[in-house]
Ligand binder design. Structure first.
Ligand code: ATP
Length: 229
């Protein structure tokens, strides 16, 4: 499998806060990697570093420049404009002329089952619908790598299932997924590999069945017990 990311002793710092410390990690094409850990453990920072949004303060981060990336956030940003416009704009900003961008946006909305909402103001959609628009916006770019920061954190169970279903379908096409989640059921359903972070350090990095079977380092065991309680 070809390598998508190669991190060697990566450190990321915000002023005095060391958000990531000496993270060494390789991610290959087609993997489905879940990042888990307590609040503030560095999951978002790692995702943002992978996407090139925060610079390394130490070590190195290599990302395959040929592998197009898209990133989804917990609360997607929607312009006060139609759903179609929001999706088309993503394509236009990536260099597509406006008319083809609108056509591709329409196809992407069909892909996520939201074609009938194309003309609706994106700001008035529910959280679950907005997240699906964000998935359409990402899918329209045909990324090889999709990074998702707690994509279902604020969604109800139905919307959560819908977003999970789309994530699984995208992964089935060979897309590499790296996502953070506090939902261990979701991690079991979607991930092939689980990385546990604590205070900016990678404490465990295992295939999903091995992660849930254990044994894990004590900190990770305690986290799991707490989350499953
Ligand atoms: N822009 C920033 N400026 C300053 N400190 C930051 C910034 N972003 C993150 N941090 C700090 O870096 C550390 C890691 O935060 P991060 O958001 O990566 O954790 P997380 O695991 O994603 O947490 P959560 O589960 O709450 O989303 C925390 O101490 C956080 O306060």
């Amino acid at each position: 499998m070809s390598l998508i990311f190669n991190l060697q002793s990566l450190g990321v710092q915000f002023g005095r806060i060391r958000a990531l410390k000496a993270c060494t990690l390789r991610i290959a094409a087609g993997e489905r990697v879940a990042l888990v850990g307590s609040n503030g453990s560095g999951k978002s920072t790692l995702l943002r570093a992978l996407h090139g949004l925060v610079p390394p303060a130490a070590g190195s981060l290599w990302a395959d420049a040929q592998a197009r990336q898209a990133m989804l956030f917990q609360r997607p940003y929607m312009l006060r404009a139609s759903v179609l416009h929001n999706v088309a704009l993503g394509l236009w900003l990536n260099g597509a002329p406006w008319q083809p961008a609108r056509e591709q946006a329409r196809q992407a909305l069909e892909r996520v089952g939201l074609a009938e909402l194309a003309g609706r103001n994106a700001r008035v959609l529910s959280g679950g619908q907005q997240q699906r628009v964000a998935l359409a916006r990402a899918w329209a770019l045909r990324p090889q790598v999709l990074l998702l920061d707690e994509p279902t954190a604020s969604l109800d169970p139905t919307a959560k299932r819908e977003v999970e279903r789309l994530m699984a379908e995208f992964a089935d096409t060979g897309m590499t997924l790296v996502f953070s989640s506090h939902n261990l059921g979701q991690v079991k359903r979607l991930a092939s590999r689980v990385i546990y972070l604590e205070q900016g350090q990678l404490i465990a990095d295992l295939p999903t069945p091995a992660f849930f079977k254990g044994p894990l380092p004590a900190a990770a065991e305690n986290f799991l017990k707490g989350e499953l309680a």
